[in-house]
Design a protein around this ligand. Structure first.
Ligand code: GCB
Length: 911
């Protein structure tokens, strides 16, 4: 695309944008209108012409693969590869991510070089034809040899690239294709040291993980060598309900030895294939070796607009290259006719109507397949996202497959496409290396040209948390390291994106400005003023703060960046579907370790979503993440090598509770879903039953007995304190929406209420002691705090191991302060045991503690000092007492200024 083309495009956009009240962003893009554009449906003008257009042959089968150092002569035509592993594409040698505490044996996290060889049983193209090899994505550096000769290299794991191999082919079969794929770890001196991304919370899978194909064309063709782009670039410089202008820029290339006289015919077809507009650029000379760009303008009257998920109507644009009466090449691309704007105060606007975007990020890997996904896998992912009701998708953190973006166009998702400039711009505190900047520029150009025609894409993201690597390094150096120097690189990439495509705004996703964490560093470069749209990755309630704090943080940044549209590009929490809590407020979560109770994840989402709704200026929010994804930096929740913030498991088989929370918020389908369904073996006989539903109210039965009907405010229905019987229970909910009856049921096993109950204070999950006594997670409390415990490796522990107990784990957490427990016990006589210890090592502080406990208003412990009773701090001590309960048992804990402390409460029938 020429500079002139873009300038004119931008100017036209300003006119159109002003009319639509969206002056902030630049819309598409015509120029040099050489064609004429009749309007209205008409017979196809060129179908009758003879066609010798390009052929495309997928090269999926017959490859041989070897991982490791290059064997002697590996690139040569006569190298013997019969011992190598036969593979089909897509292929990656990496596999990782499992739901067990240890790394699975099948894991393959090798980084280095993988070799692929193929016998190409195709004849050399006829005279005047070209043979082009197309790679849809190779992790991360690809080198190509044909018949022993090096053809070229491509750096970047996510974009499409092509090599013209015509001059390397030999007559007489077969021709030998050799590819080296290199996913070496980026570090100083490595082959990938200047290839973005240098870092990130995901694994760069090696191999030919997307397709490879052979394209044969006439030597004069629509340009295939334009940064992997389609060669035609379609935009809609002005769109109203009555009229849309469509601009088609075509790049032509003549790789042959003779000048050619070529005409271009462009036509737009509706979804039924009927031509609705066409234009012809009369024949002109294209010299040998020349490339040329020309623009055609067409007009659609009363266009059917692309309306997001409500009506993702697609036209198609076909450009044909004609020589005399012959069509010598043709390319068809999608066309979605829409206008859009990202407004600082009104939010996102599609076709003049405000539309709040809510969705999720998606990484491209699946359990057992890594990045080598089939079209069906992409379709499954899109169907799951559509089922949840998202209307926007963030491509985390790189260019996604064309199949996927086609699905986004067809499904009506608004897409944020992304450059993989992630976490750092250098390995230390230096400025980014010029070679790295050059690589980022190349990958950005590829991203934009290759995806220019997807109507779903409405934002280019040019970076994600590019300073967090330096911030973490500085923390590790005790706060002494320097902040990242990545701003200039971001500024340069932003400018490039805007030159390449003035029609779409840019975004940067920021980690840290103003967050309550040491990562928000004084002196760090400001990055949120670089791009058109501000993106905020915010983890309130997970890595820091409380989820409710999010709305205040958004208000503050909105005030700080007036005039800039704002989005929340990430928020979320880990969720393990085999780890459960009875109360998400029971204790601190260990964000970077275990456990990650499924119910805690759902709570973080419920609260964050409430906060997000309080920010009317917000254009969009994206959950982090739709699916659990591979990251070798992680051992968390119930998983190894996985980031478990997905709402759906890595194998796509389990939808976690939080998935249904959003489905109830966003889907038009009637939803009724009982939460905690995987928490089958309950710790307590009394449960707050919850459901997510978009029905106004819902009813519950337990074992066939009616419990009651409740309203479902915020689409959450709660039946508090439901009593279960010992053993199996059938819990069933029903509701009605739009005249449709909805039902859901779960089976839970409960303990016998007459045997008492056992509470693990200050902890999100339960524990079974060495004596086989099962404690549930902290529950039935009001007040007090569950202190942050010290990290030991990846687990949190009490200040030090508590002695004087066979179960130090029971004392690894505690509730502290002034608090009460309302234990839902049946009437009877009970023995209550309080497990306590003194957490303060400081002897004066320890000596000052004086705990009083009332049971149903009567003192059972007065002036109790755990250190004195146990003979020192960090020593377990228990106190037991017998009492009768009627209508439950209330325990009130008090401890003056130093607060009471309790690690566990155990209640059994009195003898
Ligand atoms: C982030 C990153 C993302 C991580 C995520 C997390 O801020 O942008 O790549 O995966 O946090 O889960 O920590």
């Amino acid at each position: 695309m020429t500079r002139e083309h873009r300038m004119r495009a931008c100017a036209m956009h300003r006119v159109a944008g002003a009319a639509l009240g969206m002056a902030a962003m630049c819309m598409p893009a015509p120029s040099l209108a050489q064609g004429s554009a009749p309007t209205g449906a008409m017979p196809h003008p060129v179908r009758a012409a003879a066609s010798t257009a390009r052929s495309v042959t997928p090269l999926s089968d017959g490859w041989r693969f070897l991982f490791g150092e290059a064997p002697d002569g590996v690139t040569g035509a006569d190298f013997d590869d019969r011992e190598w592993q036969p593979v089909s594409l897509p292929h990656s040698w990496n596999r990782m991510g499992n739901y067990t505490a240890q790394r699975a044996e099948s894991t393959d996290v090798r980084q280095g070089t993988g070799w692929y060889r193929l016998r190409l049983d195709k004849p050399v193209p006829a005279k005047g034809k070209r043979a082009i090899l197309q790679f849809d994505g190779v992790g991360a550096i690809a080198d190509l040899w044909v018949n022993g000769q090096h053809v070229g290299q491509h750096k970047g794991a996510f974009s499409r690239f092509r090599f013209d191999i015509t001059d390397f082919l030999k007559p007489g079969l077969p021709n030998i294709i050799v590819v080296r794929a290199d996913n070496s770890k980026p570090e100083p001196g490595s082959t990938t040291e200047h290839v973005i991304p240098l870092g990130g919370d995901f694994f760069i899978h090696g191999g030919l993980y997307r397709g490879v194909s052979l394209i044969e064309t006439d030597a004069a063709s629509i340009d295939l060598m334009d940064h992997g782009g389609p060669g035609i670039y379609v935009s809609t410089p002005s769109v109203t309900a009555e009229r849309a202008e469509v601009s088609v820029l075509t790049r032509l290339r003549n790789s042959g030895a003779k000048p050619r006289k070529l005409a271009v015919v462009a036509h737009i077809a509706d979804a039924d294939g009927r031509t609705v507009a066409n234009a012809t650029v009369p024949a002109r000379q294209l010299g040998a070796g020349e490339t040329h760009e020309l623009t055609t303008s067409l007009v659609l009257t009363n266009p059917r607009l692309w309306q997001g998920r409500a009506d993702p109507y697609l036209y198609s644009v076909t450009v044909e290259l004609r020589e005399g009466a012959r069509v010598i090449d043709s390319v068809t691309e999608p066309l979605g006719v829409r206008s859009f704007a990202w407004d600082a105060d009104k939010g996102f606007i599609l076709n003049d109507k405000p539309m709040r975007l809510h969705g999720a990020s998606r990484h491209q890997d699946w359990q057992g397949k890594g990045w080598a996904l089939s079209p069906e896998d992409h379709a499954t992912d899109m169907a799951i996202m559509a089922e949840m009701g998202v209307n926007t998708v963030r491509h985390a953190h790189y260019q996604h497959a064309q199949e996927w973006s086609d699905l986004a166009d067809q499904s009506g998702m608004v897409v944020k496409a992304e450059l993989p400039f992630v976490h750092q711009s250098a390995f230390d505190e230096s400025l980014p290396a010029p070679e790295l900047v050059a690589n980022a520029r190349a990958q950005l150009t590829e991203l934009i040209r290759q995806n220019y025609n997807h109507p779903s894409i409405m934002l280019w993201s040019v970076g994600n948390e590019i300073d967090i690597g330096a911030a973490i390094m500085a923390l590790m150096k005790g706060g002494k390291g320097a902040p990242a120097k990545s701003r200039d690189m971001l500024v340069e990439l932003n400018a490039l994106a805007k030159r390449e495509d003035p029609s779409r705004p840019t975004l940067y996703a920021d980690c840290c400005e103003g967050i309550p964490s040491p990562l928000s560093r004084p002196g760090a470069q400001v990055l949120n003023d670089v791009t058109d749209v501000v993106g905020l990755n915010r983890y309130f309630g997970w890595y820091y703060g409380q989820p409710q704090d999010l709305s205040r943080a958004l208000d503050a940044l909105h005030a700080r960046y007036p005039g800039r549209a704002m989005t929340v590009t990430e928020y979320g929490a880990g969720g393990a579907f085999t780890q459960h809590t009875d109360n998400p407020l029971g204790g601190p979560v260990n964000a970077n370790g275990r456990p990650h109770p499924e119910e805690f994840q759902a709570w973080v989402h419920e609260e964050n979503w409430k906060a997000l709704q309080k920010a009317p200026f917000l254009s969009a929010s994206w959950i982090w993440n739709m699916f659990d994804f591979a990251s070798t930096a992680r051992e968390e929740g119930e998983a190894y090598d996985l980031n478990d913030k997905g709402l759906v498991s890595h194998d796509r088989k389990t939808r976690k509770d939080a998935f249904y929370f959003y489905k109830a918020q966003w889907s038009d389908e009637p939803v009724l879903y009982l939460t905690g369904r995987r928490y089958i073996d309950r710790a307590y006989p009394v449960v707050d039953v919850r459901a997510y539903s978009n029905a106004p109210r819902a009813s519950l039965t337990v074992n066939g007995q009616a419990i009651g009907t409740v309203d479902c405010p915020d689409r959450i229905c709660v039946w508090p304190g439901v009593r279960l019987r010992a053993g199996n229970n059938q819990v069933a909910a029903s509701a009605e929406r739009d005249g449709k009856v909805l039902t859901d049921s779960v089976s839970w096993t409960a303990p016998d209420a007459t045997k008492g109950l056992h509470v693990r204070a200050g902890h999100l999950t339960g524990l079974t002691t060495s004596a086989g006594l099962r404690f549930g997670s902290d529950n039935f409390f009001t007040g007090g705090q569950a202190p942050e415990l010290r990290m030991a490796g990846r687990t949190r522990v009490a200040p030090s191991n508590v002695t004087g107990t066979g179960d130090p784990e029971l004392y690894a957490s505690y509730r502290q302060g002034a608090f009460s427990y309302d234990l839902p016990l049946p009437d009877g006589r009970w023995t209550v045991t309080l497990h306590m210890f003194e957490p303060e090592a400081d002897t004066a502080k320890a000596a000052a503690r004086s705990i009083t406990v009332l049971a149903n208003g009567k003192p059972v412990l007065t002036g109790f000092n755990p250190a004195k009773a146990a003979g020192g701090s960090l020593k377990a001590v228990t106190r037991s007492f017998d009492l009768a309960s009627q209508g439950g048992l209330k325990l009130d804990f008090n401890g003056g200024d130093s607060g009471a402390v309790v690690s566990a409460i155990s209640v059994i029938p009195a003898r």
